[in-house]
Write a protein that binds this ligand. Structure first.
Ligand code: FMN
Length: 369
C-alpha cells in the first residue's frame, strides 16, 4: 500500500475511533446518571459498626486527614475518574473541580486517551486544574497505555498521581471493545518504573482480588483502588449501548467492594488499599475505612447528584463528610487510623464470603476490645 494511502487510512480510522469514543463518553454520563438496580446487595448491610454510648468525641473534634500514595490529604473521600473528551465533559469536570476545591477532595479526571490523539480536547480535562490550581489531581489512562501516553497524561493536567484502569468486563460487553493484552503486567511495570508520579491501579466496578493485587504490587503500583461491584455497573451501561441481550446475566458479575477491601488488606500485598464501587454515603465509607481502606472514592454517587445541579452536588458532599464525622464520633474515634482497630460484627453473605477467603470473622469482632 502507498504510504500516503496508509496514512489517510490511519487518520480516517483514528477520527472514527475518536468519534466512537466521544459518543461513548456522552452515553456513559447519561446512563450512569440513572441508577442501576439489582436484586443483590453490595454487602455493606452485613457489616455492623460499633456504637459507643460513652463517646467523648464530638463530630467537630474528628480529624479526617489521610495519605494517598504518600501525599497528605484533608479528607479520605476522592472524586473518582468520570469523564473528559466530549464537550459536556468540560462542564462536568469544571463542576467537579469546583466541588473538589471547596471540600479539599482529590479528583481524578476520566480516561485521557481521546485527548492524546486530539489536542483540541485537552481543555475538557485541563479545566480541572484551571478551577482547582492547588488541588490534588489524578491523571487517568487504561493500563494498556504506553509510557509516553502515561507521562503525557500526567503533564496535561499537572497531576500528582496517575491512575491506570483495568476493565476487561467492560471491554468484552462493549460492542466496540478491545481484546485484552497478554503483556499487561509488563506494561504496568514499565509505566510505574518510568512515569514521574506514583501509580494507582483501579478497576471500573468489577473489583480486584488479593491475588491480582499481589501481581500488581509486584509491577510497582503504589496503591490498589479495588473499585468493586455494587455501584456503577458497566455491564449494564455497556449492555444498554449494545443491541444484543446476552450480557444481561453479567450485571451480577464482579467482586463486591467490601469483599475486595477485606481480601486485599488480609491476603494481599503490603500496599495502600482505596475503596470505590458504590461507596455512596458516609456510612459505607466508614465501613470500608474500618475494613482497612485508607481512602474512599465516589464516581456515580457524585455524578447522580451533580446531574440535579451544582448546589445538589455540594449538599451531597457536605452531608457525606458530616456522616463520616458523626459516625466516627459515635464510635468514639477521632482519627482515621483508629478506625482500622474498631470491632465490627459481620454477618450474612459478607461473613460467608470472607470465610471462604480464609479470613476469620472473629478477627473483626474481637479486635479493639
Ligand atoms: C460516567 C462514568 C465514566 C467513567 N469513566 C471512567 C474512566 O474514564 N476511567 C476510569 O478509570 N474509570 C471510569 N469510571 C469508573 C469509576 O471511576 C469507578 O471506578 C466506578 O464507577 C465505580 O465507582 P462508583 O460506584 O462510585 O461509580 C467511570 C464511571 C462513570 C460513572
Amino acid at each position: 500500500m502507498a504510504p500516503q494511502l496508509a496514512n489517510a487510512l490511519v487518520i480516517s480510522l483514528t477520527k472514527r475511533m475518536n468519534k466512537f469514543r466521544l459518543n461513548r463518553k456522552k452515553e456513559h454520563l447519561s446512563l450512569a446518571s440513572q441508577r442501576f438496580r439489582c436484586s443483590f446487595t453490595a454487602l455493606y448491610g452485613d457489616i455492623h459498626l460499633p456504637h459507643n454510648c460513652l463517646t467523648t468525641i464530638n463530630p467537630t473534634d474528628t480529624d479526617l486527614s489521610t495519605n494517598i500514595c504518600g501525599i497528605i490529604v484533608k479528607t479520605p473521600l476522592y472524586i473518582n475518574a468520570i469523564t473528559g473528551g466530549a464537550l459536556i465533559s468540560e462542564l462536568v469536570n469544571r463542576q467537579l473541580a469546583i466541588l473538589a476545591k471547596k471540600f479539599s477532595l482529590p479528583m481524578a479526571v476520566g480516561s485521557q486517551v481521546a485527548s492524546l490523539n486530539n489536542s483540541s480536547l485537552r481543555f475538557t480535562y485541563q479545566v480541572a486544574r484551571k478551577y482547582n490550581p492547588q488541588g490534588l489531581l489524578i491523571a487517568n489512562l487504561p493500563a494498556t497505555a504506553s509510557v509516553k501516553q502515561a507521562q503525557g497524561a500526567v503533564e496535561m493536567i499537572d497531576a500528582q498521581i496517575l491512575q491506570l484502569f483495568l476493565n476487561p468486563a467492560q471491554e468484552f460487553i462493549m460492542a466496540e471493545g478491545d481484546p485484552v493484552e497478554v503483556n499487561l503486567l509488563e506494561n504496568v511495570a514499565e509505566i510505574c518504573a518510568t512515569v514521574s508520579v506514583p501509580v494507582i491501579i483501579k478497576e471500573v466496578g468489577f473489583g480486584i482480588s488479593a491475588k491480582a493485587a499481589t501481581s500488581l504490587a509486584g509491577a510497582g503500583v503504589k496503591a490498589i483502588d479495588v473499585s468493586g461491584w455494587g455501584g456503577t455497573n458497566f455491564a449494564w451501561i455497556e449492555g444498554c449501548r449494545n443491541p444484543s441481550s446476552w450480557w444481561k446475566p453479567f450485571t451480577a458479575w464482579g467482586l463486591p467492594t467490601p469483599i475486595c477491601v477485606a481480601d486485599v488488606v488480609h491476603n494481599g500485598p503490603n500496599i495502600q488499599v482505596l475503596a470505590s464501587g458504590g461507596v455512596d454515603d458516609g456510612i459505607r465509607a466508614l465501613k470500608c475505612l474500618c475494613l482497612g481502606a485508607v481512602a474512599v472514592g465516589s464516581a456515580g454517587g457524585i455524578l447522580r447528584q451533580l446531574s440535579k445541579g451544582l448546589a445538589q452536588g455540594e449538599k451531597y458532599l457536605e452531608d457525606y463528610l458530616h456522616q463520616v464525622r458523626v459516625g466516627m464520633a459515635l464510635m468514639g474515634k477521632r482519627t482515621l487510623p483508629e478506625l482500622a482497630q474498631v470491632p465490627l460484627a459481620v454477618t450474612g453473605r459478607f461473613k460467608e464470603l470472607i470465610e471462604q477467603r480464609g479470613i476469620d470473622p472473629q478477627f473483626y469482632s474481637r479486635r479493639g476490645n
